[in-house]
Design a protein around this ligand. Structure first.
Ligand SMILES: *Cc1c(COP(=O)(O)O)cnc(C)c1O
Length: 406
């Protein structure tokens, strides 16, 4: 690297930016800090484990049943079935609905790959469609454009904690005779027009992966439904095909996908705080919006009918990887959800329903800012100031880059 001070713009645009930010001396802003969630309730969490040890209550049993009842009530539904993870909740729910080989399931291309993985594992064929550019969510129009005589269901993903337009998707699915399934893994207690997610369609799948808004201290998941027959089928499938009342008979080929009692105890304890944590996320999101909007930074479109829970807080920027690298140099850690749309991963390449320009363009532009309960106002200000500064640097350097190239 040259020892001479670089003229602003020219050499700085090729040399990797590492110095000069006064923020470098401050502690980093983490992307996610679960210790701030768990620290204040550490004794309560330890008691969950001690109780499990004392009772030898490890899998199923009253602790799991209690959490299932609490979670169903929180989702305004009659049944919640605890399973091993959110992916299994989707897969087992599809199988229990009778969806499998020969069927097509429409889903958005810009989701965590587990949504699509679950469809493939059920035996059905995913049909990946594009999303609307404002909130990056599935719409009824996209469903109507992809439906065929083989379409059996639609999986709507409440991505980043934003509820989908439930009125639109319910009406679309009802009109076409399709089952509406919610992938609510990122949207615990989000609401559309006051209605809580999880009870909008045939069933909803939740993940309790530790980083989710309601997270266990390991893997966990649940299927939520108002349909008692569906709930019982999933219970049987998830427990090696054995009904609780079946005198030990295995009546279908099932699998092992059960919720641990320790996880259920932790989830019950954390559920009591979930609304407060979601409110903290909303406060943090409002601060980001206030700080970033005046600078023209592209946030997800506001939607008055939606009460979002801000699982992830994304902005869309050009040269996203460079922006992330420069933020990291300033001690600001970010994430990318997701760097590729699902059909851009080799195993899922065959499932795209035509061109998906929004999903593809924004996979290259989305950047997830630090967002978790307990993030401070000072941290949010640092992130916002850092982002504004980095985008300013890149804009200043752009003419220099053009000059060098010409
Ligand atoms: C986390 C997640 C899943 C899968 O949940 P696991 O518990 O990790 O299996 C599915 N869909 C979406 C959108 C997710 O974010």
């Amino acid at each position: 690297m040259s020892a001479r001070p670089a003229p602003r713009g020219a050499i700085a645009s090729v040399a990797h930016h590492t110095t000069g930010a006064p923020e470098a001396s401050l502690p980093p802003v983490p992307f996610l800090d679960l210790s701030r969630v768990h620290g204040p309730m550490a004794d309560e969490l330890a008691a969950c484990w001690q109780r499990a040890l004392a009772t030898s209550d490890f899998i199923g049993g009253p602790t799991v049943e209690r959490f299932e009842a609490e979670w169903a009530a929180a989702c305004d539904a009659t049944h919640a079935v605890g399973v091993a993870n959110g992916t299994d909740a989707l897969e087992l729910g599809l199988v229990a609905l009778g969806i499998g080989p020969g069927d097509e399931v429409i889903a958005p291309a810009n989701t965590f790959v587990a949504t699509i993985e679950a469809i493939v594992r059920s035996g059905a064929r995913p049909v990946l469609v594009d999303v609307e550019p404002g909130r990056l969510l599935l719409t009824g129009d996209a469903v109507r454009g992809a439906v065929t005589p083989r379409t059996a269901a639609v999986i709507a993903v409440h991505l980043y904690g934003q509820p989908v337009d439930a009125d639109d998707l319910r009406a679309t699915c009802a009109g076409l005779g399709l089952a509406l399934i919610e992938d609510a893994a990122q949207a615990h207690l989000a609401r559309w027009q006051g209605e809580v997610v999880g009870s909008l369609g045939a069933f909803a799948a939740f993940s309790f992966y530790p980083g989710k808004n309601l997270g266990a201290v390991g893997d966990g998941g649940a299927l939520v439904t108002d349909d008692p027959v569906l709930a019982e089928r999933v219970r049987v499938l998830a427990n090696h095909g054995r009904p609780a009342s079946g005198h030990g008979a295995h009546v279908v080929v099932g699998t092992n996908s059960r919720l641990d009692a320790v996880q259920a105890a932790v989830l019950s304890a954390k559920l009591r705080r979930l609304e407060a944590w979601n409110e903290q996320r909303r406060t943090a999101a409002a601060a980001y919006r206030r700080l970033l909007t005046p600078h023209g930074i592209e946030l997800l479109a506001p939607e008055p009918a939606a009460l979002a829970v801000h699982h992830l807080e994304i902005v869309r920027v050009e040269r996203r990887d460079e922006v992330a690298a420069r933020l990291r140099d300033r001690g600001i850690h970010t994430g990318v959800h997701y760097p590729l749309a699902c059909h851009q991963h080799e195993p899922y390449a065959a499932f795209a329903a035509g061109c998906l320009p929004v999903a593809e363009r924004d996979a290259a532009r989305v950047l997830s800012l630090p967002m978790f309960p307990g993030i401070t106002g000072a941290e949010i200000t640092r992130v916002a100031d850092g982002l504004v500064a980095v985008l300013g640097e890149l804009a200043d350097e752009d003419p220099a880059i053009r000059e060098v190239a010409s």
